[in-house]
Design a protein around this ligand. Structure first.
Ligand code: ADP
Length: 406
């Protein structure tokens, strides 16, 4: 197909992140972020990546809504000769957080698809409304162009019922669509495939445990390229200790806080999603700051780190058992790619499982996928930088190219 550019949009409730890619060589032409949409003063940071200097440009002004945000983005792109009215633009790819069970693949957006994403709002109240707004806004800007939804949940739809179901009354669960969906799927898909490549094998031939450790964090067990378990559940709250989310906790904590602590349901929701995790344990959610405090002898930071690692280790063990045979444990996202101390601590003491980290390899800083396990280790330990935007662009472009061929 002649048009070769894909715009990737990740629309949050008050922000839009974007990247424009040229799919001929998968190069990035521009990227940016609009923050604080609808607030008093918004900010657009735009970085052109063509030409010599990749200097970010900033605009501080009130941007009332997503439509105004996309208009401002379009202006910045036009200024670089990359306008969204260009015939070079093949499609717009949207990150959509919740695709439920229906969307197992990237999907060209139709009215029916939008309705279904809308129907999923009760299980993704924070994310799907913003994603819908992003899609509608992009449709209004380029009604002639395919808009493709790429779902965070899609990669996890291969989970067997034994992993996806909670052990609660089936009729109640089904009526309210209560089950484990999993998130960060685009990253788990990208990283598990890249890990197979790093091992010189086909994805079908390897079993990997992917640890996506960013501000949000999730683990997944991937057998032969298909997800068989993941740590996030009905919402992104379940599982690992995260920047501000508690991860696993006895559900009775909620009853207890309501009955004994006299807290309301929204207050508890806020507590578990925004005031827990690392921030709740020690006041900081940035792993760099936590390490600095630990080095200065701070006990709260030290305990927060230990709780974070303990949970991570439990998931490595659990997914090892789920998979039976593991070829690689792979670290990714902000913490996973950068925090050597987290990687070292998570794997420490697991030699009997064939897992070990080589100190020298682990301390190398690089943007490339790399092995950090010693040669003798039975199981590879790897760092693979994630690239969710590239994965969304790839899936979007593949879908519209196939449609054109058909
Ligand atoms: P998000 O979930 O917001 O996409 P990222 O994957 O970008 O998050 O990860 C952000 C987190 O990565 C930060 O909060 C910080 O804890 C961690 N991080 C980033 N750089 C480093 C670093 N050099 N060392 C340790 N941790 C880092």
């Amino acid at each position: 197909m002649t048009a070769s550019r894909v715009l990737v949009l990740n629309s949050g409730s008050s922000s839009v992140k974007y990247q424009l890619l040229d799919m001929r060589d998968r190069s990035r032409l521009a990227m940016g972020l609009v923050e604080r949409i609808g607030e008093g003063s918004s900010r657009l940071t735009h970085t052109p990546l063509t030409g010599s200097g990749a200097e970010p440009r900033e605009r501080e002004e009130r941007i009332a809504d997503h439509a105004a945000a996309l208009k401002a983005v379009a202006e910045e792109l036009s200024a670089d000769g990359l306008g969204l009215d260009s015939p070079e633009l093949a499609a717009i790819g949207h990150r959509v957080v919740h695709g439920g069970l229906k969307f197992t693949e990237p999907t060209v957006v139709t009215d029916e698809v939008l309705k279904e994403i809308q129907r999923l709002v009760p299980v993704a109240p924070l994310h799907n409304p913003a994603n819908i707004t992003g899609i509608r806004t992009a449709q209004a800007l380029r009604p002639d162009l395919p808009q493709v939804a790429v779902f965070d949940t899609a990669f996890h739809t291969t989970m067997p019922e034994s992993a996806a179901r909670y052990a609660i009354d089936v009729a109640t669960a089904d009526r309210h669509r209560v089950r484990r969906y999993g998130f960060h799927g685009t990253s788990h898909a990208f990283v598990s495939r890249a890990a197979a490549k790093l091992l010189g094998k086909a994805p079908e031939d390897v079993n990997v445990i992917v640890l996506h450790l960013g501000n949000g964090a999730s683990a997944s067990a991937v057998r032969g390229g298909r997800c068989v378990d993941t740590s996030m559940g009905l919402t992104p709250l379940e599982g690992l200790v995260m920047g501000t989310r508690a991860g696993d906790a006895d559900p009775a904590v909620i009853f207890h806080l309501a009955r004994v602590g006299d807290m309301g349901i929204d207050e508890i929701d806020d507590l578990l999603n925004k005031k827990s995790g690392l921030v709740g344990l020690c006041g900081d959610n940035d792993m760099r700051e936590i390490r600095r405090r630990i080095d200065a002898g701070d006990e709260a930071a030290s305990l927060a780190f230990d709780i974070y690692i303990h949970r991570l280790k439990k998931y490595i063990g659990a997914y090892y058992a789920v998979l039976g045979r593991v070829d690689a444990v792979v670290f990714t996202a902000g913490v996973g790619e950068n925090a050597a101390s987290v990687r070292e601590a998570a794997v420490a003491g697991l030699e009997e499982l064939g897992l070990a980290v080589d100190g020298a390899l682990n301390s190398v800083r690089s943007d490339e996928p790399r092995l950090i396990s010693p040669e003798y280790a039975r199981v590879a330990v790897a760092v693979v930088p994630t690239d969710e935007e590239l994965e969304i662009a790839n899936q979007t472009y593949a879908l519209v190219s196939d449609a054109e061929k058909a």
